[in-house]
Write a protein that binds this ligand. Structure first.
Ligand SMILES: [Zn+2]
Length: 420
């Protein structure tokens, strides 16, 4: 979020923050020729954004208490914050796309009203938006926590808003949401949804074989084959996190799974492993404790995918506070384990697998609390025989068929409620 220009402790950081906020206020006053903002509207002094594609916090500091109203817009997914007359005095450079926030616009609507518009990467919900009086510095801050949600949830939120805002005076001047929301929230049962995640992509090419074959291409080829096989199963909805050579952050992959309310998330990989004699398919599920040293090393490397692409790790991501999350996670985890079991029993019939083919480690990409997730290494690019197989379309088709069988089995058990 905020970083003081010198490396200092937490308390000093706070003091530094206060001094900077005071300087910003002073600057605003100077720019305004000494006139007071009490009579000339609000001043927005600083803008901060932190978090990732799953959870983003925006904090805006004001010189006095802002009276806000908000609304949601779609196409693209947007959050509008209406303010009284406001001078936007924060540094333009602090308003950068970050986490869920793709774009921020702000300015005066007319002589009396100002507006901030946040465009987001996908459906979201406003978990919290508060105006809080600062304790240690003058003024107030607006704190908004935006959380990635599903298409269905967003459509519902829009619907609720449209039903309640039609009588609200704050939207009386023609800025009401245009048109009604198409009815995406009909009560038809949601199809069993599988999100296929071809590992790596774009600037992050993943592992590379001795002959120069790149993991990102192997995973995409296999993912496309798997999609074809899954399409043969009636009643399935299949989505991909990427269908070309683009880079995606790990949290963006998880966000996409949640956007579609996936019943199953399958991340596909073809890594290298230090010992060239290790080969065969492996199915990983998430765990804080790794099953073995190799799995731990594998997860560590996968988790560095964002860093490989030059994206700094944001360690100020707001914590998930929901205690219900733990319960969801436990149920989700059981589903992940049972799918992993199905995959192993389907593949081991005639696909070469590693010893102990179900392993676990702390993969970030498998951490959606509500989406059963597995990571499948279809083989290892460090092994010449595996490499040869993975480049063979007939082999890929065969393995994809076996995986699809496991998906069919899992989806029928889960739909029948036979997995709890
Ligand atoms: Zn990989």
């Amino acid at each position: 979020m905020f970083h003081c220009p010198v490396p200092i402790g937490r308390e000093m950081n706070v003091i530094c923050r206060i001094i900077l906020a005071a300087l910003a206020s002073l600057l605003v006053l100077i720019q305004a020729n000494g006139s007071s903002y009490a009579s000339d509207g609000l001043a927005a002094l600083t803008f901060q954004v932190a978090g990732d594609e799953l959870r983003t916090r925006v904090v805006i500091n004001f010189d006095s208490e802002p009276d806000i109203s908000t609304m949601l817009l779609e196409h693209p997914h947007r959050l509008v914050v209406d303010l009284p007359k406001t001078v936007f005095a924060f540094d333009r450079k602090s308003v950068e796309p970050h986490g869920l926030v793709d774009d921020v616009r702000y300015g005066m609507l007319d002589a009396e009203r100002a507006r901030l518009i946040f465009s987001l990467k996908g459906p979201f919900s406003v978990e919290r938006i508060d105006v809080i009086k600062n304790d240690s510095s003058p003024g107030y801050r607006l704190v908004a926590d935006l959380v990635a949600s599903s298409d269905r949830q967003f459509a519902e939120d829009l619907k609720t808003q449209n039903a309640t805002t039609s009588s609200t005076e704050s939207t009386s001047k023609g800025d009401r949401i245009a048109g009604a929301t198409p009815d995406q929230t009909s009560n038809a049962p949601k199809p069993f949804t599988v999100v296929i995640d071809p590992g790596h992509g774009g600037i992050d090419s993943g592992a590379e074989s001795a002959s120069g074959i790149m993991e990102k291409n192997v995973t995409l080829m296999f993912a496309q084959q798997l999609r074809e096989e899954l399409a043969k199963i009636p009643g399935l909805r299949i989505e991909m996190t990427r269908n070309d050579d683009t880079f995606l952050r790990l949290t963006e992959r998880v966000r996409i799974a949640r956007q579609y309310e996936a019943d199953l998330f399958i991340s596909l990989h073809a890594d290298t492993i230090n010992r060239g004699n290790i080969r065969g398919a492996t199915v990983y599920t998430v765990s804080d404790k790794a099953s073995d040293a190799e799995s731990r090393a594998m997860a560590d490397r996968e988790n560095r995918a964002d860093a490989v692409a030059g994206i700094a790790f944001d360690n100020e991501t707001p914590e998930i506070a929901d205690i219900l999350m733990d319960l969801t996670r436990r149920e989700t985890h059981n589903f992940s384990l049972s799918f992993a079991k199905s995959v192993v029993s389907s593949l081991k019939k005639d696909v070469n697998m590693i010893n102990n083919p179900h392993r676990f480690a702390g993969f970030q990409v498998l951490r959606a609390p509500d989406v059963p997730s597995v990571l499948v290494e279809i083989g290892y690019l460090s092994n010449a025989e595996d490499e040869k197989l993975m480049l063979d379309p007939a082999w890929r088709t065969h393995v994809a068929t076996r995986l699809a069988t496991a998906v069919a089995e899992f989806s029928s058990l889960k739909t029948a409620g036979a997995l709890n």
